[in-house]
Write a protein that binds this ligand. Structure first.
Ligand code: ATP
Ligand code: MG
Length: 614
C-alpha cells in the first residue's frame, strides 16, 4: 500500500450534508466521507477510501482464518439451480433468493451462501477419512434480496461475507472444528476493536445443533439479545420459555359466553369483566385475557395459510420471534381478505372455539354464516391452526374471544375446554424474565449480528451424498459446520463504534491511512515541508493521506480531516516559521507541537505505542 494518497487527486468528494435516506451514523458518515456510493437500495459501490478499509478488514479475517488452519478458495457467485434444488433451498430460501435464467432458459441463482457448493467440491475431490478434518473458506460477494435493506452496507442486498465450512467424521471432530472457528472469531473481533457478545442462536431452516451468533452491541441493532448474571446469553429469537406447571382448575366454573359490548381494548375488557362478571377470588387482569394474533404465513411453495397465535393479553407479540419460529415460511399480520377465507375468524373476537382442534372437530361456534361451501366428502370449511405461546399453562383460566362481535367467553380452561395445534414462542421477552436455565433474571440489549457459527451436522452431506470411507472401509456421511462473518457489515459496525459528531475515527488497524498530513496556508515552504514529511513517513512504511490542495481553506481541510477519520494528523502551517508542526490525535483531540525535524519519528513513536496498546 505504498504511495501517498493525495487529496488533490484522490477520487473522493466529501459532503457536508447527510444523505436523505440515512438514519444511522455509520451510513451517514461513510457516504459523506466518500467511502461508499449508493447504486440502488442495498447496493453500494466502494470508492478508494472505502475499499482500503474493506481490504484491511478482509486481511484481518484472512490472517485469522489462515492461522486457524482453514484454506482459502473462491467460488463463483453465479450458480446453477440443481444443487440448491437437492437441498430444497431453491424454494425454502424464499423470495430472498436472487433467481435468474441463462439464455437457454436454465435456472440460475446468485448465491446467498455456499453450503451446497462446498459440500459438492469436497465430495468431488475427497473420499477417505484420511482426508479429514478439513476447513475451507472464502471471502466473497453474496446476494440476498432482503425485504428491508437498511443502514447502508449493514444490511445490503449485495455484501461481502467470509464463509467457512468444516468437514469431520464425527461429533467430536465437529466440536473441535467449531471451537477452533469460535476462537478465531474472538481474535478477529478483538483485533478489529469491535466489542461483541456471543449468544445462542436459532439454527434456522436447515438447522443443526449448536449455533451461536457474535453480536456487536449497539442501540441501532436489529437483533435483540438477553443475558443473565449467571452467564446465559441468547438472541431473543432463541429464548425458550420454561414449561409452566399445570394449574389446578377444579374450582373453575364452566365456560360462559358473556356480552361485552364496546370492549375493544384489553383494558376495556378487563374493566368490563370486573363489572359484569367478576371472579370470586380476585379481580380479573390483563394477564387473564387470551389475546389472539392472526397472521398469514406464506410457505416456500407460495401457499398461504392463516394461523391464530394466542398469548396472555399482558404480553406483546414479538414478530421476530414468531418469524424465527415459523421459518422458512414468511409471516405477516393477516389482511382482512386472508381472514375472510376462514369463517371461524372474527377479527377482534377470535377465540379457541372457532379455530384449532375444537373447531375442526365440528364444534364450530355458530357464527360462520351458512354451509355454502358444500359438504362433499372431505370438503370442509377451512379452520385455522391455533398455536399457543408457552406462557399459557395447562389448566389456566381465561377470558377469550367469543367468536362473535361484542362477545367473550369467560372461564375457558386450557386442557379442559380447548386444545391447541401446537406451541409457539411468540411473546416478547421482557427484562426481568427468568433465564430458561434458571441462571437469574434477564437483561435486554440490542445488537448487530457480525458473525454466526453453527453446526450443520449431516443435513447437507446427506442431501448431496458427501460420504467418505472410514478406517474399516465403511461408508460414512460427513458432518459439517458453517461459519460466517459479514465483512462489509463489520466495516460499518466499526464506523458505528468509532465516530464522533464530526466524523469517523478509524482504529489504526483498519484506517485507510494512519496519518493525515494537512498543509495549510499559501506558503510554498509549508507545502514542501509537508511533502518531505509525507515522503519520510511513507519510507517508514506508514500510510499517508496528504491534503496537498492549494487554494483550499484550512477550515475545509480540518473539516475533511475530521470527517474522514484518519487516527493521526500532522498540521504543517503557521508554526513552521518557528520550526514546528502540530501532531494531532483524532480520537482524543490532543495535540502537541513538535519540531519539524522530529515530526516523523514522533509520529512513528505514537503509532508504535498505539499498536502495542491495541
Ligand atoms: P441476518 O439475521 O442479519 O439477516 P443471517 O443470520 O441471515 O443475518 P447468516 O446467513 O448467518 O446471516 O450470514 C453470516 C453473516 O453475514 C451474518 O452474521 C452477517 O454478519 C452477514 N450478513 C447477513 N446478511 C447480510 C446482509 N444482508 N448484509 C450484510 N451482511 C449480512
Ligand atoms: Mg445468522
Amino acid at each position: 500500500m505504498a504511495g501517498v494518497l493525495r487529496m488533490s487527486s484522490l477520487f473522493v468528494r466529501t459532503l457536508r450534508e447527510d444523505p436523505a435516506d440515512a438514519e444511522v451514523a455509520s451510513h451517514k458518515l461513510l457516504v459523506r466521507g466518500g467511502y461508499v456510493r449508493r447504486v440502488a437500495p442495498g447496493i453500494y459501490t466502494w470508492l478508494p477510501l472505502g475499499l482500503r478499509v474493506l481490504r484491511k478488514v478482509e486481511r484481518v479475517v484472512r490472517e485469522e482464518m489462515d492461522a486457524s488452519g482453514a484454506q482459502e478458495v473462491l467460488f463463483p457467485a453465479l450458480l446453477p439451480r440443481e444443487p440448491y434444488e437437492a437441498t430444497n433451498r431453491w424454494s425454502e430460501y424464499g423470495p430472498t433468493l436472487f433467481k435468474l435464467a441463462d439464455r437457454k432458459g436454465n435456472d440460475m441463482l446468485l448465491a446467498p451462501t455456499h453450503e451446497e457448493m462446498f459440500t459438492l467440491l469436497v465430495k468431488d475431490l475427497y473420499s477417505s477419512y484420511k482426508d479429514l478434518p478439513l476447513t475451507l473458506y472464502q471471502i466473497q460477494t453474496k446476494y440476498r434480496d432482503e425485504a428491508r435493506p437498511r443502514a447502508g452496507v449493514i444490511r445490503g442486498r449485495e455484501f461481502v461475507m467470509k464463509d467457512a465450512y468444516s468437514f469431520d467424521m464425527d461429533e467430536a471432530g465437529l466440536d473441535a472444528s467449531y471451537n477452533t472457528m469460535r476462537a478465531a472469531y474472538q481474535r478477529i473481533f478483538e483485533r478489529l476493536g469491535l466489542p461483541y457478545a456471543i449468544v445462542s442462536a436459532m439454527s434456522g431452516a436447515m438447522g443443526g445443533s449448536r449455533s451461536e451468533e457474535f453480536l456487536f452491541p449497539t442501540a441501532i441493532g436489529e437483533d435483540t439479545f438477553v443475558r443473565s448474571v449467571g452467564g446465559y446469553a441468547a438472541n431473543t429469537e432463541a429464548v425458550t420459555t420454561p414449561l409452566l406447571p399445570e394449574q389446578d382448575f377444579s374450582d373453575v366454573p364452566a365456560p360462559e359466553l358473556v356480552d361485552t359490548p364496546g370492549a375493544k381494548t384489553i383494558a376495556d375488557l378487563v374493566e368490563m369483566a370486573n363489572q359484569v362478571h367478576p371472579r370470586s377470588d380476585r379481580p380479573w387482569n390483563a394477564a387473564d385475557t387470551l389475546k389472539s394474533v392472526i397472521v398469514t404465513l406464506t410457505h416456500p411453495d407460495g401457499e398461504k395459510e392463516v394461523v391464530v397465535i394466542a398469548l396472555p393479553g399482558d404480553r406483546e407479540v414479538d414478530m421476530k420471534r414468531v418469524e424465527a419460529s415459523l421459518a422458512p415460511a414468511e409471516v405477516e399480520l393477516a389482511a382482512p381478505e386472508d381472514m375472510e377465507k376462514y369463517p371461524g375468524i372474527v377479527p377482534g373476537y377470535t377465540g379457541p372455539g372457532a379455530v384449532g382442534p375444537q373447531a375442526r372437530g365440528g364444534a364450530v361456534a355458530d357464527n360462520s354464516g351458512d354451509g355454502a361451501d358444500g359438504a362433499g366428502d372431505g370438503a370442509t370449511v377451512p379452520v385455522a391452526r391455533l398455536l399457543l405461546d408457552p406462557h399459557v399453562a395447562r389448566g389456566s383460566r381465561w377470558i377469550a374471544g367469543g367468536n362473535a362481535v361484542d362477545k367473550h367467553i369467560f372461564n375457558l380452561v386450557y386442557g379442559r375446554d380447548f386444545e391447541a395445534d401446537g406451541t409457539i414462542e411468540a411473546a416478547e421477552v421482557r427484562a426481568g424474565d427468568e433465564a430458561p436455565d434458571g441462571s437469574g433474571p434477564l437483561d435486554i440489549a440490542r445488537g448487530i449480528e457480525i458473525g454466526h457459527i453453527f453446526q450443520l451436522g449431516r443435513k447437507y452431506a446427506e442431501a448431496l451424498g458427501l460420504t467418505v470411507l472410514d478406517e474399516n472401509g465403511k461408508t460414512r456421511v460427513v458432518t459439517m459446520g458453517s461459519y460466517g462473518v459479514g465483512v462489509s457489515r463489520v466495516l460499518a459496525a466499526i464506523a458505528e463504534q468509532y465516530h464522533d459528531e464530526k466524523g469517523l475515527v478509524w482504529p489504526v488497524g483498519v484506517a485507510p491511512a494512519q496519518v493525515h498530513i494537512l498543509a495549510t496556508g499559501k506558503d510554498d515552504a509549508v507545502f514542501s515541508a509537508a511533502e518531505d514529511l509525507a515522503t519520510q513517513l511513507t519510507a517508514a512504511g506508514i500510510e499517508v493521506l496528504f491534503d496537498d490542495r492549494r487554494k483550499v481553506s484550512a477550515g475545509v481541510k480540518f473539516a475533511d480531516y475530521e470527517l474522514l477519520g484518519m487516527p493521526y494528523a500532522v498540521v504543517v502551517g503557521r508554526g513552521l516559521a518557528n520550526g514546528t508542526v502540530e501532531v494531532r490525535t483524532r480520537g482524543t483531540g490532543e495535540s502537541e507541537d513538535v519540531a519539524v525535524a522530529d515530526a516523523a519519528s514522533r509520529v512513528q513513536e505514537i503509532l508504535a505505542a498505539a499498536q502495542a496498546g491495541e
